[in-house]
Design a protein around this ligand. Structure first.
Ligand code: HEC
Length: 115
């Protein structure tokens, strides 16, 4: 892997962790062979996540983390990706429902919901 993606990754890390993650991971990591696409992520969020997490990240059900307040978003991308795949007590698993690539995109998008 050429060196410049590492530098790019470091520069983007502060503003866009999921993008930096995608730039840093060599092709082997599932879904991460390209940069995350927040616009694609927004569509996936609307379709699969907004009914519980709310269109702007303000939860519409009890016990759902408030992404608009940054709840759970202090975790690294890989953790958020795994949790989205696995689901939780009330949250369904998205493994096999949406692709790893879509999960990468949607995680990049939920970071933009913090106000
Ligand atoms: C049926 C409602 C529901 C849907 C749909 C849903 N979630 Fe969740 N989500 C929850 C709840 C509730 C929690 C808190 C953990 C739990 O109790 O399952 C949660 C927690 C999370 C967390 C934090 C996990 C942690 O504990 O750190 C992330 C990240 C997340 N959801 C992402 C998503 C994404 C991305 C989607 C869409 C692809 C989605 N969720 C769809 C209900 C939902």
């Amino acid at each position: 892997m050429p060196r410049f993606p590492l530098i790019l990754g470091a520069a983007l890390r502060r503003t866009f962790p999921a993008l930096a993650l995608a730039a840093l991971l060599p092709g082997g990591a599932p879904g991460a062979a390209r940069a995350a696409d927040v616009f694609a992520g927004a569509k996936i969020y609307e379709e699969h996540c907004a009914r519980c997490h709310g269109p702007r990240g303000v939860p519409v059900l009890p016990n759902v983390p408030d992404f608009s307040r940054g709840e759970r978003l202090d975790a690294p991308d890989q953790v958020l990706i795994e949790r989205t795949r696995a689901g939780g007590r009330l949250m369904p698993s998205f493994d096999r429902i949406i692709s790893d690539r879509d999960i990468l995109d949607v995680v990049a998008f939920i970071r933009t919901l913090q106000r």
